[in-house]
Design a protein around this ligand. Structure first.
Ligand code: C5P
Length: 221
């Protein structure tokens, strides 16, 4: 039995890495597996929410009852989020969005030739999806994630303020990518709360409860 703490709520989740092409066969990505975001989408659906999951390239099954949109690049993820966000009350930004993309994507495979020097690339910054959503006039309740390699206690709260979100969830330790377990600290206006180490599925249920009780009008539903 799980209480339906999100019934009547609409929840938008981003998950997984993004893939930024270099040429038709190559690209840049990161080690995000999407497990935490998919677990949160599943837990939100089980808590009674209407859930849309915008996923980068991952090898995971769609949680039952969740509306999934697949994207590849940060720009596509940004566009899919911006098209959907007005219909959602909560935005949980779990995706490990690439900070940069290659400025000039080659339309043919870049050849390795003896005569030619190794290629070099220049980069442009991708949009910060979470910060963009958090700045919207009718922003949903925004939840950010942070994977910090050091001094999470200070950096987590700073990131929460910089991204202008009411709740930021910090992953303890850099070794969470791809694993089934995680340990997190919640940062909100009243301070930092550490949750005990658990599987991503167990944590997702707890995090959904933590999010639900912070929502505006939480007691009315
Ligand atoms: O700044 P940093 O990448 O550490 O912030 C992490 C948080 O911001 C995550 O919630 C992530 O989903 C979100 N983010 C985003 N768009 C970006 C970069 C990060 O939504 N371009």
């Amino acid at each position: 039995f799980r209480p339906k703490v999100l019934s009547g709520r609409r929840v938008l989740v981003t998950a997984g890495p993004t893939f930024e092409p270099i040429d038709p066969v190559r690209g840049l990505t990161n080690r995000s597996s999407g497990k935490m975001g998919f677990a949160l989408a599943r837990a939100a659906q089980q808590a009674g929410a209407d859930v849309r999951l915008i996923a980068g390239p991952v090898a995971l099954a769609t949680p039952w009852g969740v509306d999934r949109v697949d994207v590849e690049t940060a720009q596509q993820m940004h566009d899919a989020v911006m098209q959907s966000v007005a219909d959602y009350d909560v935005f949980i930004s779990v995706a490990a969005v690439a900070d940069w993309r290659v400025a000039q994507v080659s339309d043919h495979k870049i050849k390795k030739t003896a005569a030619q020097a190794v290629p070099s690339f220049s980069f442009i910054e991708n949009p910060d999806i979470l910060a963009t959503v958090a700045r919207l006039p009718n922003a949903p309740y925004c939840v950010g994630f942070a994977a910090e390699s050091d001094d999470l206690e200070t950096n987590g709260e700073q990131k929460r303020i910089k991204k202008n979100v009411p709740l930021l969830i910090g992953n303890l330790g850099p070794a969470t990518f791809g694993r089934d377990e995680n340990e997190v600290v919640l940062f909100d206006a009243s301070g930092a709360t550490r949750l005990p180490r658990a599987t991503k599925d167990e944590l997702a249920g707890k995090l959904i409860a933590e999010i639900a009780r912070r929502l505006p009008d939480a007691s009315l539903i």
